[in-house]
Design a protein around this ligand. Structure first.
Ligand code: NAD
Length: 250
């Protein structure tokens, strides 16, 4: 389907307020596996989805031990942005970007050079910890140092509560101010450009419907199908590291 990038480019042409909704698929080419793609973490081991719930983390010390061990060697610490992230920086520099609404927690949009003020982290960030008791927030690096020094499940230094990465787990509400900011962008954009998301997680996926109802064109760049494909004026299935540079050039 050689035309699909051209169709997507036509939908974007002339738009000065493009909202990007990004998901794990934009970072797979940086070596961070997604959840539901063909090589996704949950596709390979469906039982791991349970371990991503807030309830499991809070109630099961074993889940926390395993989470801290996984954080020690997590690919996000060393991952580098790819051509897909960089194309979105070019879109911003061309004056076309309203904001990047990202479900990713890997910080790669900011690392690529996107203005941090235009990156809305719907699901938080791996680079901070938050206390489930007193909400104290600190750099993840400090907690990881404590784990390396022998604390298997380091407690909050202020209140002794349970520390977790400052990311949204299943069963955990999004930060309301962050969600409202994202909704405002969705309702006022001219184009909603979805990149690398299966659109299977609410309320993030609902931002696409919100944008469409407010009159925005929807363009979906994603290898797999999504429940919102019927709303799209253009769909591109090729790898994002190639598609996004071509789209922004066009
Ligand atoms: P997902 O795993 O549900 O879907 C990713 C989609 O991207 C899939 O449909 C897949 O076909 C597509 N895809 C993968 N690589 C691609 C490529 N190179 N080119 C084009 N398409 C590609 O991801 P999601 O929708 O973001 O939802 C998963 C949840 O997990 C999110 O809430 C997110 O917070 C979290 N998560 C984040 C990261 C990260 O920060 N990088 C990684 C894994 C999961």
């Amino acid at each position: 389907e050689p035309d699909t990038v051209a169709d997507a480019a036509r939908a974007l042409a002339g738009a000065s307020r493009v909202a990007v909704l990004s998901g794990a698929g934009i970072s797979t080419e940086s070596g961070i596996p997604d959840f539901r793609g063909p090589n996704g973490l949950w596709t390979r081991d469906p039982s791991s989805e349970r371990l991503s719930s807030l309830e499991a983390y809070r109630s099961d010390p074993d889940v926390r031990l395993r989470s801290w061990q996984a954080r020690l060697t997590h690919p996000v610490w060393t991952a580098l942005p790819n051509d897909g992230h960089r194309a979105l920086v070019a879109l911003e520099r061309a004056g076309r970007l309203a904001a990047i609404l990202t479900q990713n927690i890997d910080g790669l949009h900011q690392k690529a050079g996107s203005d941090p003020e235009r990156v809305v982290e719907l699901h938080g960030s791996m680079f901070d910890t938050v206390c489930l008791g007193c909400a104290d927030r600190r750099p993840m690096s400090a907690a990881l140092e404590r784990v390396r020094a022998g604390e298997a499940d380091p407690p909050c230094l202020d209140c002794g509560g349970i520390l977790k990465s400052a990311t949204i787990s299943f069963g955990q509400a999004l930060d309301l101010a962050v969600l409202l900011a994202a909704k405002e962008v969705a309702q006022s954009c001219e184009v909603m450009l979805v990149v690398g998301s299966s659109l299977g997680v609410q309320p993030a996926a609902g931002l696409v419907g919100l944008a469409a109802r407010a009159g925005a064109a929807v363009v979906i760049c994603n290898a797999g199908q999504t429940p919102y494909d019927h709303l799209a004026t253009a769909i591109v299935r090729e790898p994002l590291g190639e598609v996004l540079p071509a789209l922004v050039r066009a």
